[in-house]
Write a protein that binds this ligand. Sequence first.
Ligand SMILES: *[C@@H]1O[C@H](CO)[C@@H](O)[C@H](O)[C@H]1NC(C)=O
Ligand SMILES: *[C@@H]1O[C@H](CO)[C@@H](O)[C@H](O)[C@H]1NC(C)=O
Ligand SMILES: *[C@@H]1O[C@H](CO)[C@@H](O)[C@H](O)[C@H]1NC(C)=O
Ligand SMILES: *[C@@H]1O[C@H](CO)[C@@H](O)[C@H](O)[C@H]1NC(C)=O
Ligand SMILES: *[C@@H]1O[C@H](CO)[C@@H](O)[C@H](O)[C@H]1NC(C)=O
Ligand SMILES: *[C@@H]1O[C@H](CO)[C@@H](O)[C@H](O)[C@H]1NC(C)=O
Ligand SMILES: *[C@@H]1O[C@H](CO)[C@@H](O)[C@H](O)[C@H]1NC(C)=O
Ligand SMILES: *[C@@H]1O[C@H](CO)[C@@H](O)[C@H](O)[C@H]1NC(C)=O
Length: 610
Amino acid sequence: MASATAASASASRRRCLLLVAALLLPLAVEAAVPHRHRLPSHHLASHNTSEPPTTFFEVDRPIQPPRGSLGPCSTLLLSHSFGATYGLPPVTAAYAPSACLAASGRGSLALAVLEWSADCRGRQFDRIFGVWLSGAELLRSCTAEPRATGIVWSVSRDVTRYAALLVEPGEIAVYLGNLVDSTYTGVYHANLTLHLYFHPAPPPPPPPQQADLIVPISRSLPLNDGQWFAIQNATDVQSKKLSIPSNTYRAVLEVFVSFHSNDEFWYTNPPNEYLEANNMSSVPGNGAFREVIVRVNDDIVGAVWPFTVIYTGGINPLLWRPITGIGSFNLPTYDIDITPFLGKLLDGNEHDFGFGVTNALDLWYIDANLHLWLDHRSEKTTGSLMSYDAPALVLNVDSGFSGLDGQFVTSASRHISATGSVKSSYGEITTNFYQRFSYVNSNCFSDNGTVQVVNQTIDGKSGVFAKDSSAVLLSEEIHQVFPLHVYTGTSDQVGDEYSLISFVKLGVNEKKTSGGKLGFSYSSLWNTQSARGSMKVKNNLVVGGLGETHEVYKYIGTDGCYFRDVSSKNYTVILDQSSDSCTKRKPYNGTKFSSRNDQSARRKLLGKKL
Ligand SMILES: *[C@@H]1O[C@H](CO)[C@@H](O)[C@H](O)[C@H]1NC(C)=O
Ligand SMILES: *[C@@H]1O[C@H](CO)[C@@H](O)[C@H](O)[C@H]1NC(C)=O
Ligand SMILES: *[C@@H]1O[C@H](CO)[C@@H](O)[C@H](O)[C@H]1NC(C)=O
Ligand SMILES: *[C@@H]1O[C@H](CO)[C@@H](O)[C@H](O)[C@H]1NC(C)=O
Ligand SMILES: *[C@@H]1O[C@H](CO)[C@@H](O)[C@H](O)[C@H]1NC(C)=O
Ligand SMILES: *[C@@H]1O[C@H](CO)[C@@H](O)[C@H](O)[C@H]1NC(C)=O
Ligand SMILES: *[C@@H]1O[C@H](CO)[C@@H](O)[C@H](O)[C@H]1NC(C)=O
Ligand SMILES: *[C@@H]1O[C@H](CO)[C@@H](O)[C@H](O)[C@H]1NC(C)=O
C-alpha cells in the first residue's frame, strides 16, 4: 500500500531518533532501508504483567517551592492515550485559570510547575512531543522507549515565567506523533498537570522577572502536526509576522529547538566530499556544524548553538534505561534579548521573526515565545538601535581522508552584539545584548570506516547589560560549555548481523551570574554523563546487548545546591547518592542535609567565587 508506506516512512522521520548506524556501517549504507533498531521480540515474549514497570528519569535539580508558600493547587489539564496520533491534529483541551489562581491573582503566584507523567508498555520508538498553551510552547520533550513490562516517567518544568499566559483562558495543545502496529505496540498514556504555589497574603508586588505579555512565534492551529516550524534545509527560513504593543520596554525571545532524522546526530555528519568519494549517497552529510539563526526583519538578532541532546533511543537505546540523556525529557530553551532592536519594532507595524539553521538537513523543529514587558504608565515607548555588530560566521573545515578512513576537524566562531536604548516611564535605558560562540569538532573514521570517534566542544557566552543615566540596572551573563565524545565501533559484520560498541560522554557546564536592582545571584552547574554499551543487531533488530550509564550532577548557587551521583546498568540503578547541602563536609553520603540554614556556606562560596 503506497500510502501506508509513505506514511510510515515520513512518520519515522518524526521520531526523536533515527539511528546513526547507517553512517557507521558503510557496508550497509548502500541498502535502501536505513538501520532501525527495535527491541528483540524475546523481550516482548517474556511479558509478565505482575512485574512492576521501570521508572525512567532525567537527572535534574528538584523544583522547590519558595519557603512559606502555599500549595500546590493542582489541576489536570489534559489526559490522553497517544496511539495512532501521527499526522493528526494535536490533542487539545480548553484551558481556564484554576479557581485558586483566579482567587489569588497573578501577583501572588510563587511557582507554577507543569508536570507530564506517562506510562507505556510494549515496543515503541522514542517520539518527540510538544505542549503549547495558546500557541506558546511550554515543554519540548521526547518520550521514553517502553519495555514489555512497562515503563513510567514524568518530567516537570518550571513555567512561572509564563504567568501572563496562565492567568488567561486559552487552549492547551499536545502533539505527539505516534504510530502503533503489530511491531510497534506501545501506546503512550499521559497526564498533564499544572501545580501552582502561592505567596501567603499580602502578595508582594508582581515580580519584574516575568513578562507582561507572551506572544507565540509558532504555527497556528488547525494543523496536522505540532505548532513548531519545520526547517528542512540550509536555505529554509520559517517566519511569522507580528506586531508588538507600542508601550513595550523590554523583549526577550525564548527559542525551542530540536533536531531529527538526517540531522538528529548532526555532530557526527561527515563532509559531503567524503560521502561523494565513497558513493554514500544515503548517509546524511553537510559536515558537523549547525547553528540556529534568529532574524528579526533582516537583522540577525541572535544565534543558538544547541546542546547536543541525545534522545532516548540515540546511538544505543540501551544506554538510556532508566537514566535518560541530559535534556531529552526536558529540552533546553535559549533566550535572546532583543530589547536593543525595539526602536525598530515599536511602530505598530508587523515585523518578521524568522528562524534558519546553518547547513541544516531535514529536519529541525523550531519555535519561540516572545516575552514582552509593557510600560503601564505610558501608551508609547520609543527607542533606537545605537550599535550593532554581527560579523559573518567564521567556519573552517580541515579535511583529510583516503577511502573510508579520514579525519575532519571543523571549527567555528560567531559574535553578535547590539546596543539600543528605550525611553519609557522608567527613564531612558540602554541595553546591550551580546553572544560569543566558539566550536570545535573532530570527526575521525578508522578501521576502514567501521570506527567513528567524534569529539566536540561548544562554548557559548551571552549576556545582557542594562543601565540608565545614573546606575547599572542589570548585568547578567550565562556561560555554557557543552563537551561531547562519541565512539562507535562496528564489528562482526556478517550479512545483516553485526555488533556495535558505543561510548558516549556528554555534559553541560554552565555558570550564570546576575546582578542589578533585583539583587545578586550566581549559579554553577556541572552535569556529566558517561555511557557505554554494546548491542547485537540482526535484521535491523537489537537482539542482545547491555548498556551502562554514570551521571554526576553538581549545582551550586545562591538559591541552593544539589548533588547527585547515579549509575545504572542493564535497566537497573546500581548506585544513587544525592544531597542538597552546600557544605563540602560529608558531601556525597546519600544523606539529606538541609540547605535552608546554610547561609554561611553560601556567603563563603560567594566570597570565594566573586
Ligand atoms: C573496506 O570497506 C569497503 C566497503 O565497505 C570494502 O569494499 C573493502 O574491501 C574494505 N577494505 C578492507 C581492507 O577491508
Ligand atoms: C512475574 O513477576 C513477579 C514479580 O517480579 C514474580 O514474582 C513472578 O514469579 C513472575 N512470574 C513469571 C511467570 O515469571
Ligand atoms: C493519569 O491520571 C489517572 C487519573 O488520576 C490515573 O488513573 C492514571 O494512572 C494517570 N496516568 C499516568 C500515566 O500518570
Ligand atoms: C528547502 O526547503 C524549502 C522548504 O521546504 C523548499 O521550498 C526548498 O525548495 C528547499 N531548497 C532546497 C535547495 O532543497
Ligand atoms: C563510485 O561510483 C562510481 C560510478 O558508479 C564508480 O566509478 C566508483 O568507482 C565508485 N567509487 C567507490 C569508492 O566505490
Ligand atoms: C576525544 O575525547 C576523549 C574523551 O574525552 C579523549 O580521550 C580523546 O583523547 C579525544 N580525542 C581527540 C582526538 O581529541
Ligand atoms: C540484564 O537483566 C536481565 C533481567 O532484567 C537479566 O536476565 C540479564 O541476564 C541481565 N544481563 C546481564 C548481562 O547482566
Ligand atoms: C555516611 O554517613 C553515615 C551516617 O552518618 C556514617 O556512619 C558513614 O561513616 C558516612 N560515610 C562516609 C563515607 O562518610
